[in-house]
Design a protein around this ligand. Structure first.
Ligand SMILES: N[C@@H](CCC(=O)N[C@@H](CS)C(=O)NCC(=O)O)C(=O)O
Length: 228
C-alpha cells in the first residue's frame, strides 16, 4: 500500500497516528507530495484525488482512498478489531459525530486562518487560494476566531470526559490533536482558560502512537519556507 503525504502536515499526521495505533507503519510505502510546489493541484495528482489534497491511500489493487476519516476506517477495520472508529452502534455514532465536529469547528477554522489570514503555503499556492479576493484576510481572521471557539467547545467537552468521544482514545481525539498542532504552527494560541483541553493535549502527546510516530517533523525545505 502507498500513502501520498508530506511530513509535518496536519492531515497526514492523523494517518501516521492511525498506522502506529494499528501497528501497520511497516506495511506502507510513503510517497512525498510537494505541497509547496503545488504538485497536488496539477493534473497527475488531481487524476488520483480530484480534491487536490493529501493524505491519499493507494491500495495494492489500485483503489484510491482520500479523506482521513475514510482512510482511518479502512485501517481500523483491516484486522476486524476496530479500536479508533467504535465497535457498538452508540460508539460509532458518537465518534463519527465528535470527529465531524472536530473537523468543522476546529480543523477547518485553522485551515481557513492559515491559508487566508497568513502567507499560507506561499506564492506557488496563491492562485489556488484566491489572492485577488479583497476580503480574504478578514475571512481568514474570522476562521481563526471560529477555531478558537472550537477550542473552547472541546475544552467544555473534556471537562467531563476522558477522551473527546467517551472513555477511549478514538479518531475524534486524533483530529482534535492534529488541529491543535496545526493551530500552534499557524500562530493561533489555545485560550488560557482552556485548562481541560491543555491537560488532555499533554496526555495524548504521551501516548506511544502519538509520541513515536515516525517521520512527522517538517521537512528541512518546508521549515526554510516557513522562516523557521
Ligand atoms: N478533508 C481532507 C483534508 C485534507 C487536507 O486539507 N490536507 C491538506 C494537508 S494537511 C492539504 O492537502 N492541503 C493543501 C491544499 O488545500 O491545497 C482529509 O480529511 O484528509
Amino acid at each position: 500500500m502507498k500513502i501520498y503525504d508530506r511530513s509535518g502536515f496536519p492531515n497526514p499526521s492523523r494517518i501516521r497516528v492511525v498506522l502506529a495505533e494499528k501497528g501497520l507503519e511497516t506495511q506502507i510505502e510513503f510517497v512525498t507530495v510537494d505541497l509547496i510546489g503545488a504538485e497536488h493541484k496539477q493534473a497527475p495528482f488531481l487524476a488520483m484525488n480530484p480534491s487536490g489534497k493529501i493524505p491519499l491511500l493507494e491500495l495494492d489493487d489500485g483503489t484510491l482512498i482520500s479523506e482521513s476519516t475514510a482512510i482511518t476506517e479502512y485501517f481500523d477495520n483491516l484486522d476486524g478489531n476496530p479500536t479508533l472508529t467504535g465497535k457498538t452502534p452508540r460508539e460509532k455514532a458518537m465518534i463519527h459525530m465528535m470527529q465531524k465536529r472536530a473537523e468543522t469547528e476546529l480543523m477547518d477554522g485553522v485551515d481557513g486562518y492559515f491559508h487566508y489570514a497568513t502567507a499560507g503555503l506561499g506564492p506557488l499556492m496563491q492562485p489556488y487560494v484566491s489572492p485577488e479576493w479583497a476580503g480574504r484576510k478578514e475571512w481568514g481572521e474570522r476562521q481563526g476566531a471560529r477555531a478558537v471557539r472550537g477550542m473552547k467547545y472541546f475544552d467544555g467537552v473534556l471537562k467531563s470526559r476522558t477522551f473527546v468521544a467517551g472513555d477511549t482514545f478514538s479518531m475524534a481525539d486524533i483530529t482534535v490533536f492534529a488541529s491543535l498542532n496545526f493551530a500552534e504552527a499557524a500562530g493561533l494560541a489555545i485560550p488560557e482558560e482552556c485548562t481541560a483541553l491543555v491537560a488532555w493535549r499533554s496526555k495524548v502527546a504521551e501516548l506511544p502512537s502519538v509520541k513515536n510516530r515516525s517521520g512527522q517533523a517538517f521537512l528541512p525545505e518546508d521549515l526554510k519556507r516557513f522562516g523557521l
